[in-house]
Ligand binder design. Structure first.
Ligand code: HSE
Length: 339
């Protein structure tokens, strides 16, 4: 190429940069420390691989941002049971914040503190809770230049940094709360029937999301696809109709469970016991190893949990579990870092 060609390219690049600069969001920062909280989530919910997720409420991550007066972000503190990177280009929180800064006119750079509320690699949306909390805290600090829905693609970038795939099914309920279906990565909030409870049960073995994704079969038969599409449709109708019988019949995973359940000890025994105890459904939470059950009351949820504990009793695997009334499942919120 000649020098003239390069001049031309440079000119065009400048024009594009100007256009892009014009579309950068204006921010009106509040110049204070902000701490965001985002909850754990159950992704897939059996019927919607990568496109459906539910927010929980009692556990989650805290991410605090403080303007540092420099031209770079810095992670100054991490509390986590498993080591997480302090390098800003590797940590999901700072990856999310940098993606937001790239879209802002005069971004503030920040010191970031992270407090994990539950284990990474648990299957309860650990990286997305941090990504969502970071997006929410930084957006609040900058005076809310983005709507909550606009935060989803930024938070999904945190997922990409954590496991190589920018799936939206954890970050969306973590930010918006409730049960969220993604259609072309745009969130559709679905209703939750009264009384619906979730049981989360975490056998403390590590399952890495990237590996759990790599074992899912890339090619499935038309018959399986047809069953899964039908199950998803019936599940959504069951939610709108508050029809527990329909939900019981519909909430099935034909796509992913067959390949992933081998990662989770006693999966089949737990499923059988859950359904016998009156559970609506039982399945893998996200990519596991956590499993989940849905129940139509707190009493049934307690009965299920007791059965799951019986199966793991004396097996030498530590477990963590909780029951949530899904009506309480809120998304991101402002919190105290030390709560
Ligand atoms: N939908 C994702 C998966 C969730 O199942 O791999 C991972 O948290």
């Amino acid at each position: 190429q000649s020098v003239t060609d390069y001049d031309d390219i440079n000119k065009k690049t400048k024009i594009i940069q100007n256009i892009m600069n014009q579309s950068l969001r204006k921010a009106n920062p509040i110049q204070e420390t902000v701490c965001g909280f985002a909850p754990a989530t159950i992704a897939n919910v059996n019927v919607g691989f990568d496109v459906l997720g539910i927010s929980l409420s009692t556990v989650g991550d805290r991410v605090e941002v403080t303007p540092n007066g420099t031209q770079q972000n810095k992670i100054t503190f991490i509390e986590s049971a498993t080591p997480l990177p302090y390098a800003v280009e590797k940590n999901s929180c700072t990856v999310v914040i940098a993606a937001m800064q790239a879209q802002l006119e005069n971004p503030l750079y920040v010191d970031v503190r992270i407090r994990k509320g539950f284990a990474s690699g648990s299957g309860l949306g650990s990286s997305s809770a941090s990504s969502a909390a970071a997006a929410f805290a930084y957006n609040t600090l900058m005076g809310n230049p983005f709507s909550l829905e606009e935060l989803l693609p930024f938070a999904a970038e945190g997922e990409r940094a954590a496991c190589g795939s920018a799936h939206y099914d954890n970050v969306s309920p973590a930010i918006l709360g409730g049960i969220v279906l993604l259609y072309q990565n745009k969130p559709i909030r679905l209703p939750l029937p009264k009384g619906l409870h979730a049981v989360s049960f975490f056998p403390n073995i590590e399952v890495n999301t990237a590996s759990a994704r790599s074992i899912v079969s890339r090619h499935v038969s038309l018959d399986i696809v047809s069953k899964q599409v039908s199950a998803m449709g019936a599940f959504v109708s069951g939610l709108y109709q508050e029809n527990y019988d329909l939900l019981r019949k519909a909430t099935k995973d034909f796509l992913v469970e067959p390949s992933r359940k081998i990662l989770i000890p006693y999966f089949d025994e737990m499923k059988e016991a859950t359904l016998a105890a009156g559970g609506i459904t039982f399945g893998i939470s996200g990519s596991g190893p956590s499993v989940f059950a849905l129940a139509e009351s707190h009493t049934v949820a307690e009965r299920i949990l007791a059965e799951l504990h019986k199966i793991y009793a004396g097996q030498g695997i530590e477990t963590l579990s909780f029951i949530e009334d899904l009506a309480n499942g809120k998304g991101c919120r402002i919190a105290q870092f030390n709560d």
